[in-house]
Ligand binder design. Structure first.
Ligand SMILES: Cc1ncc(COP(=O)(O)O)c(C=O)c1O
Length: 424
């Protein structure tokens, strides 16, 4: 069946993400989504292994979220947030403050993950300035990390392996270390921090899983060490839970597994159940207090046009209703078991260096991938939507994926990897 006219006409005009436009496989025309499936223009259905970049945690087109957005649309799609407020944002902020541990009570709503990380970084820089501390202008971030594609977030991504290595040396240089996984790496990190202690504003890290940097897991102890190092050196700790938040690692937030509370946390992706763009940078009381003053000059000067979008907040409230219903934990446990059982046989395959599962994240790490586009095509031939990150094949399905679809995903991974030409 030929491509639809809208795809043919639009193709030369759309600059696609993360894509060498000249050589990449053509983008697939999706005309509908249902549950854990993508429906293509030619009628084919793909089982979705990614939940749309880890957003659609309840599955696509959840009727409760759809109804909430429809209802909000009838009344008020959006109003500017400067000087105005609305019920969906107020309800959402109240609920997030209640859901998050400790005194993470002050919610700044934006529209994308990268922007919320930028806001968290800005909060940290200004936190010190407002308290009369000068010179704390840099961030400690980690190899393997990913925090977004905007200019400031690029500087806290992995400088070599990430998507932004081309820009190394162009942007401000942050202090990049290795995660403190053992005595030796902890000592090395402590030395690194000591060398830069007076110029650092904050530590920025993805808790438990460095996602886009390669689905790299670390134990909760790492986060407790980072909390200690931050406290000992007067740094803020920013946890980027944009990927890990809302159940993905088995707890509502990854930080719960470490029993720590960051100074600022960023949230996005599954916040709206994958329906609308929305993000939040949520600060603790002492951070907020540093901006609380009679002096307008120390306020947080930030306000994206579409911040706190009413439709997005309505979607997020509906998504939180679904989380409150409580079934998600059992779903994540079931998906986790399915990923573990389905991917385990890959351990014995040649060219596989690791298989790991945490919550609803399943990873098969390969020694190398010589032709990424060919690998992506092979998954399509098996009727699944799987998009490896370099040599890391991973599954992050919706929590509600039926057992049959989950089995189809893991079977496709086994089938594709077992016939791979490892000779390159
Ligand atoms: C941990 C983390 N932080 C930030 C971002 C950036 O979010 P966005 O793509 O919404 O800007 C991502 C996106 O993958 C992410 O995984």
């Amino acid at each position: 069946m030929s491509d639809p006219a809208w795809l043919v006409e639009g193709r030369p005009h759309l600059w696609r993400p993360y894509c060498q436009m000249k050589t990449a496989n053509p983008a697939l025309p999706v005309v509908a989504t249902r549950g854990s499936r993508l429906v293509l223009a030619d009628g084919r259905e793909l089982v979705d292994g990614l939940a749309s970049w880890w957003t659609a945690c309840h599955g696509y087109n959840h009727p409760h979220i759809a109804a909430a957005v429809r209802d909000q649309l009838e009344r008020m799609p959006h109003v500017m947030f400067g000087g105005l407020s609305h019920e969906p944002a107020n309800r959402l902020a109240t609920r997030l403050a209640k859901l998050l541990p400790g005194d993470l009570d002050h919610v700044f709503l934006a529209e994308s993950g990268s922007v919320s990380v930028e806001i968290a970084m800005k909060m940290a820089l200004q936190f010190h300035i407002n308290r009369g501390v000068t010179g704390r202008t840099r961030f400690l971030a980690f190899r393997g990390g990913y925090h977004g594609d905007t200019l400031a977030t690029m500087t806290v991504c992995d400088p070599d392996e990430g998507m932004h290595s081309l820009f190394t040396g162009v942007m401000p240089q942050q202090v990049i270390g290795d995660l403190p996984r053992d005595g030796e790496s902890t000592a090395a990190l402590e030395m690194l921090v000591a060398a830069h202690a007076r110029e650092l504003a904050a530590i920025v890290v993805e808790p438990l899983v460095q996602g886009a940097g390669g689905m790299l897991f670390h134990p909760p102890e790492v986060l407790r060490t980072l909390r200690r190092i931050a406290d000992e050196n007067g740094l803020l700790l920013i946890l980027d839970e944009i990927f890990t938040g809302f159940g993905r690692t088995g707890t509502m937030f990854a930080m719960e597994q470490a029993g720590i509370v960051p100074d600022v946390v960023t949230l996005s992706k599954a916040l709206t159940g994958g329906t609308m763009p929305l993000s939040a940078a949520v600060a603790r009381r002492h951070v907020f207090d540093a901006f609380w003053s009679e002096d307008a000059g120390v306020a947080l000067m930030h306000g994206p046009t579409y911040m706190a979008h009413a439709l997005a907040c309505a979607a997020a409230n509906a998504s939180l209703d679904l989380f409150e219903d409580g079934g998600w934990k059992a779903d994540v446990t079931r998906v986790s078991a399915g990923l573990e059982a389905g991917l385990r046989p890959c351990r014995a395959m040649p060219g596989v260096v690791d298989v790991r599962v945490l919550g609803a994240i399943g990873v098969v790490e390969l020694e190398r991938v010589d032709d990424l586009e060919a690998l992506r095509k092979a998954f399509l031939a098996h009727g699944v939507w799987v998009r490896p990150l370099g040599r890391v094949v991973y599954l992050t399905p919706s929590f509600t994926i039926p057992d049959g679809d989950l089995a189809a995903l893991t079977a496709a991974v086994r089938a594709v990897l077992s016939v791979r030409d490892h000779s390159g």
